[in-house]
Design a binder for this molecule. Structure first.
Ligand code: ATP
Length: 698
């Protein structure tokens, strides 16, 4: 319903244009909003627009601004365009920047052709407003010359300073196959070239990769290993890497789940953006950290975060003092537990430092007491591993941290320099507990919805959610956390990954530039450091952003390009129109053009490397190699038009594309017919239902 309302409003549809049942939807949606006292995003636009009609307001607003600059102009819908029109003070005060290739908000009513047309008709007055040395858009000028528009009213931005030349080529290949049926847009299009600097860089030859994997588990695992490799050996930081996907969910399927598990198992910090967050709360992150701290003794960062969250009066300064004991702990270990001949290095985790700090009175008084109590709780919970079921165990962890969320700040002992910091945090946490019904039943319901592939690695597809009891009955085998066996850890980590996805927005909120005091004191507060956090995001959310390295997993038909649904084709209720092959063809064309632009946006987010991948076993194949996108496999090697892409990780030889011989491609191929799976192609123009999706036969 929301989807319908959103689209209708974005298109500026009026009530009298709706059918009877659509009117009812609209009314009940409005009623629901009003009764809850809510204003949605479109309301902000339409109320804003209405406000401008109130006498005096428009004048007042316009007085405040001399010039207007509109970025991402192609994405404006009609309502937004109306606002721009209203705010236009005089010709020449509006500058718009847009790229028709990046128009990916058609589903929200974006109408680039309409926007550019309106701009040319209403805003351009022929004033010479030359602002750069870029070339004007020649073809467009020829067309508009007779209207008296001067050349410098248009500037073409045709140099890509962001990406390596091969990535620019790849983007162009994708777009070259786009058939523009709109004259204005085709006149506006300029061909993009890489900047001279990006053309000459040696690394360019290793910038684009196409991977095919056995299945989505192998894909996720390999991406996580590759990310790790890039961070540990390639000199990249986590925050320089993004994993972009068409959808983070697909119906009930959580598409990022495998990736999250794989990243968690590699110890890579990540944040999921753009997903539908079921629970937006920091407390879920707190629970996830506590689980990690209990289950993974070596996860120092999780333990530090827990202490910050759950131990009163301890903040970054105290944590740093404790971390600094690393050397002393190692020395003690060598003296007491190692023979003189054993020269293996020793890795000291934060927990050992904490234990040492308590023993040697490096921390004193109430802080020491609180830290000791915290450690004892952790040890107690660890003792349960191997004895209780997953749900019992997680509920015990929850019971342990629950009091920290409900004890008011004033009753907490704040006894160090970190008081302010921790008091503020406590305040946030207790505000959250009041707002959300955070109780055990809810936790258990999440647990019941949790399915993991790690419970029985011999059956990677086993979904524990099919049988809740399975999860509940699953007992940990791992008797000691120190054991090298990881038999139970994946289960817990899977759950942690699952949980952190539920709390993705709270994680996102936590990410920010490193705290000044932290960098001065040398403390690394990794959890709050965006620079070390890999981003998992939707392609739509990545718009306008860039990363040195971009992974594009699950590049499979049905995700990208998404197959058209009845709704996406916006078929009308008129049965004649729905069976008219020309109309259907035109709408399909429109649908897939937008999907290709999405691929273009995804590819052009990368500055240095892009890894496009897809699992082989799914029913849906990757459409890239056989589409007009201009790249595919030859003799088992991924190739683009220039054959320049060479995979540079020997490490990954085993997981790279299989030998499927040449798979030729043709730039001239009719994209449309290639996109529609063979079995769905038929004569006539009937719509058939296929599972939940409606496919169109033509
Ligand atoms: N003249 C220039 N010289 C060097 N680098 C530049 C120049 N202009 C832009 N860049 C760099 O190129 C990258 C892309 O620039 P910017 O984000 O402004 O482009 P954009 O057209 O808005 O991109 P998109 O619309 O695809 O998101 C940035 O890293 C920016 O610093």
């Amino acid at each position: 319903m929301y989807d319908f309302v959103q689209k209708a409003r974005a298109k500026g549809q009026k009530a009298n244009e709706f059918l009877e049942d659509q009117k009812q939807w609209m009314e009940s949606y409005q009623w629901g909003k009003r009764s809850l006292g809510l204003v949605d995003f479109d309301d902000m636009l339409s109320y804003g627009n209405q406000l401008l009609e109130v006498k005096g307001i428009l004048k007042k607003v316009c007085k405040q601004m001399e010039y207007m600059l509109v970025d991402e102009f192609q994405d404006l819908n009609k309502l937004q365009m109306q606002i721009i029109m209203a705010l236009q003070k005089s010709k020449g005060n509006v500058t718009v920047v847009g790229d028709e290739r990046q128009s990916i908000y058609g589903f929200r009513g974006a109408a680039p052709d309409h926007n550019f047309q309106v701009f040319l008709d209403h805003f351009v007055d022929g004033n010479d407003v030359g602002i750069s040395n870029n070339k004007p858009v020649k073809p467009l000028l020829a067309f508009y010359k007779k209207k008296g528009i001067k050349e410098s009213s248009f500037q073409s931005l045709d140099t890509n300073y962001r990406s390596k030349a091969l990535l620019v080529d790849l983007g162009n290949l994708v777009m070259d196959t786009t058939n523009l049926d709109n004259k204005l847009l085709s006149r506006l299009r300029v061909s993009v070239t890489a900047s001279p600097e990006n053309k000459t860089n040696d690394r360019d030859t290793n910038s684009a990769f196409l991977w095919r994997f056995r299945d989505e588990f192998q894909e996720a695992d390999s991406i996580a290993r590759c990310v790790k490799h890039l961070i540990t050996k390639g000199g990249y930081r986590g925050g320089e890497i993004a994993i972009l996907m068409r959808n983070l969910r697909f119906g009930p399927l959580i598409l990022t789940k495998n990736l999250q598990n794989a990243l968690a198992l590699q110890g890579i910090k990540y944040v999921v953006r753009g997903g539908q967050s079921l629970v937006s709360s920091r407390k879920w992150l707190g629970l996830a950290n506590y689980l990690r701290a209990v289950c993974l003794k070596e996860d120092s960062e999780a333990m530090k975060s827990c202490i910050e969250d759950f131990v009163a009066g301890v903040g970054p300064a105290t944590l740093k003092r404790i971390s600094d004991l690393e050397g002393s702990v190692a020395k003690e270990f060598f003296t007491n537990e190692r023979s003189a001949e054993d020269s293996r290095p020793v890795i000291v985790g934060f927990e050992q430092c904490l234990d040492f700090a308590i023993k040697t009175l490096v921390v004193k008084g109430k802080t020491r007491q609180s830290l000791q109590e915290f450690l004892e709780q952790v040890y107690n919970l660890r003792g349960q591993i191997g004895k209780s079921s997953l749900s019992e165990f997680i509920c015990s962890v929850y019971d342990t941290i629950k009091p920290f969320y409900i004890i008011p700040t004033t009753e907490r002992n704040d006894n160090s320099n970190d008081n302010n910091n921790s008091a503020k945090k406590d305040e946030n946490l207790s505000a959250e507990i009041q707002n959300l019904d955070f109780h055990k039943d809810f936790l258990v319901s999440i647990l019941k919805g949790f399915s993991t592939f790690t419970a029985d690695s011999s059956h990677p597809d086993q979904s524990l959610s099919e049988n809740v009891e399975n999860t509940d009955e699953y007992h940990f085998n791992c008797v000691s956390i120190d054991s090298t066996s990881i038999a139970t850890r994946p289960v817990i980590l899977s759950f942690v990954a699952h949980l952190s996805m539920l709390s993705d927005s709270s994680l996102t909120n936590d990410i920010g530039p490193p705290d000044q005091s932290d960098s001065q004191s040398g403390t690394s507060n990794v959890h709050n450091d965006a620079r070390d956090t890999v981003i998992i995001s939707t392609i739509h959310q990545a718009k306008g952003l860039e990363w040195p390295v971009v992974f594009l997993p699950l590049f499979i038909e049905s995700l990208i390009p998404r197959l058209p649904t009845q709704a996406s084709l916006q078929l009308s209720n008129d049965p004649y129109q729905n069976t008219n092959p020309d109309i259907i063809k035109a709408k399909l064309h429109h649908h897939f053009e937008e999907e290709k632009r999405l691929a273009y946006v995804a590819i052009t987010r990368a500055k240095e490397k892009v890894f496009i991948s897809y699992p082989h076993t799914t029913k849906d194949a990757c459409f890239l190699p056989r589409s007009g996108f201009g790249f595919g496999f030859r003799n088992g090697n991924p190739m683009f038009a220039s054959s320049k892409a060479v995979v540079d990780f020997d490490y990954y030889e085993d997981v790279l594309c299989g030998n499927d011989g040449a798979e030729p491609f043709s730039l001239n191929h009719t994209i449309l017919s290639r996109f529609i799976p063979q079995n769905l192609r038929a004569n006539g123009g009937k719509i058939s239902e296929y599972g939940d999706l409606h496919f169109v036969k033509f």
